[in-house]
Design a protein around this ligand. Structure first.
Ligand code: MCA
Ligand code: AMP
Length: 499
């Protein structure tokens, strides 16, 4: 094989005049035209001096050109590094410099501040899709064929940053082999074919929207209704023309809030898949009552892509994330990595062709989380029943998942602790009907001082993407600690569970 990702996911579609992307404005892009556009963008990348193995950081709104840029990076042998559009310049600066990106591609509306970010990191900056020298403009006049750069299965295809318990984000290195193995496994397991039309309303800067949804549709040769963001009106409008949907649990709770979403609306659909955060069993039950469909829940991580899935045929058990994928080994282990008997709760560890090769430039972090025998320590707490079904019962890692986005309390606490009159802080997740959970910050003032929350909020706005910012603040005299001096977040969650 010449270039595993390109040859498996993109090249087979080069001559097909079948629809690949249905856009909400009524336009359609065929497979062939998408591949041609990707080739033009690959030429444009070379024109920006992007060479094999270079990282291309991309922070742009979801668009056909952004998706084609993913294909272009694969074809040109570059490493695709997509970034959440909500990240502030401060957050972005870290990713661009840590990755040593050769090129930062950004939205024209933020060109000025992104140019500064790129300059400071020693990267080149280009906008996408807008006049005046953008990468899209540079692509327009290029040939629609590009000589694919050779790559091996072990070569890097993508770098995806995931926050860490230390507060410093880590770049998960995903190889060509990681991406194509998982795409093939999921396509087969979920029985996707070229007859499928997927409702795609997820962002494409994370694993779920990019590698699970898009790669599966590329692998199967089907089409996607490519929506810029979650819009329930659009979903309901397109659903009778679609066959499948993938979403985070918020997609499902929001659909259920709409009376127009009923059995007739979902009659043409064959599959609804949920992941990225726990789907409440009550949502599963309510969904089946309303539509007759049982949501298929699966479980994964940025570092591993997908690990488990409920079966396509067979029992989909509410509250569980299903069985290990056919080529994924999973064990529930103790702190030493020794497998525990079925029915006991422990840390979920996984091994397989889906598991990443390590964190970018962080050999110590890699060694902490990737065992010598190849098992990756997910940090999720799980239990496996005798039939093999896995239930995620909690997280060993201090992580909040809000609407499918991950928030690491440590990152917020470091900023809060540095604010005037703050002695210390603790950030916890509290239940939220729409987003699952949201962050709440508990602050302890310095002795005899008063904390000015407007100052704190301004600092958080400056530093952090909106979705990470605490939804509420609470002042306390002291944080609860155990005898070892460790902050007891369980006690805080209990005290503030009603916000
Ligand atoms: C938007 N806001 C949020 C979130 N999204 N706040 C907390 N959590 C969120 N997830 C804030 C905005 O900053 C804004 O704040 C206000 O909410 C409304 O913004 P809007 O864009 O209108 O929100 P929305 O369109 O309603 O978006 C909610 C959403 C979206 C649909 C749940 O966040 C989403 O698409 N989430 C999916 C994330 C995802 O793809 N995760 C997969 C990660 P203000 O009004 O104050 O300005 S991959 C993964 O986890 C693993 C590997 C896996 O297993 O898949
Ligand atoms: P990420 O940082 O995006 O890689 O998030 C991965 C984390 O999301 C996992 O380690 C889990 O904690 C969580 N997650 C993903 N899918 C599920 C699911 N179906 N149920 C519960 N948690 C999930």
């Amino acid at each position: 094989m010449n270039n595993p990702v390109y040859d498996t996911l993109f090249a087979p579609h080069a001559g097909k005049e079948t629809p690949f992307l249905y856009l909400p404005d009524g336009a359609t892009l065929t497979h062939r035209d998408f591949i041609r556009r990707a080739a033009q963008l690959a030429h444009a990348l070379r024109g920006c001096d992007v060479q094999t193995g270079d990282r291309v950081a991309v922070q742009v709104e979801k668009s056909t050109d952004m998706l084609a840029l993913y294909a272009a990076c694969a074809q040109a042998g570059a490493v695709f590094l997509p970034l959440n559009t909500a990240y502030t310049a401060r957050e972005l600066g870290y990713f661009v410099s840590d990755s040593g990106a050769a090129l930062l591609v950004g939205d024209p509306a933020r060109a000025e501040e992104l140019q500064v970010v790129a300059d400071e990191a020693g990267a080149r900056f280009m906008t996408l899709h807008s006049g005046g020298g953008s990468l899209s403009d540079a692509a327009d006049g290029q040939p629609d064929h590009f000589e694919t750069t050779a790559r091996e299965v072990g070569d890097l295809a993508a770098l995806l940053y995931t926050s860490g318990t230390t507060g410093r984000s880590k770049g998960a290195m995903l190889s060509h082999g990681n991406l194509i193995s998982n795409a093939a496994t999921l396509t087969d397991l979920w029985q996707f074919t070229e007859a499928d039309v997927l409702l795609h309303a997820l962002p494409i800067f994370h694993t779920h929207g990019l590698f699970v949804a898009t790669n599966v549709m590329l692998m199967s040769g089907g089409a996607m209704v490519f929506m810029p963001r979650l819009d329930i009106d659009q979903l309901i409008d397109w659903m009778p023309r679609a066959t499948a949907m993938m979403g985070v649990p918020t997609f499902y709770t929001r659909l259920l809030e709409d009376a127009r979403f009923d059995r007739a609306c979902a009659a043409n659909m064959r599959l609804f898949i949920s992941g990225s955060a726990p789907l409440l069993a009550q949502t599963h039950v309510a969904f089946e009552e309303r539509t007759g469909h049982r949501i298929l829940e699966r479980y994964g991580m940025t570092e591993t892509n997908m690990n488990t899935s409920n079966p396509y045929e067979g029992e989909r058990r509410a509250g569980t994330v299903g069985l290990p994928l056919p080529d994924v080994e999973l064990r529930i282990a103790d702190a030493e990595g020794t497998e525990l008997p079925r029915g006991e709760t422990g840390v979920v560890e996984v091994r397989g062709p889906n598991v990443f090769s390590g964190y970018w430039n962080m050999p110590e972090k890699t060694a902490e989380e990737l065992r010598g025998d190849g098992f990756f320590i997910t940090g999720d707490l799980g239990v496996q029943d005798t039939a093999g079904y896995v239930t995620i019962v909690g997280r060993g890692k201090d992580l909040i998942i809000s609407g499918g986005y991950n928030i690491y309390p440590k990152e917020l606490e470091q900023i809060l602790d540095a604010q005037p009159d703050v002695l210390e802080s603790a950030v916890i997740g509290i239940p939220h009907d729409d987003l699952g959970e949201v962050p709440l910050a508990v602050l302890v003032p310095e002795a005899g001082q008063q904390i000015d929350l407007t100052v704190i909020e301004a600092a958080m706005t400056e530093a952090l993407a909106r979705f990470k910012q605490p939804r509420a603040y609470r002042l306390v005299e002291a944080l609860p600690r155990n005898t070892m001096g460790k902050v007891q977040k369980v006690a805080l969650r209990e005290a503030f569970k009603r916000g």
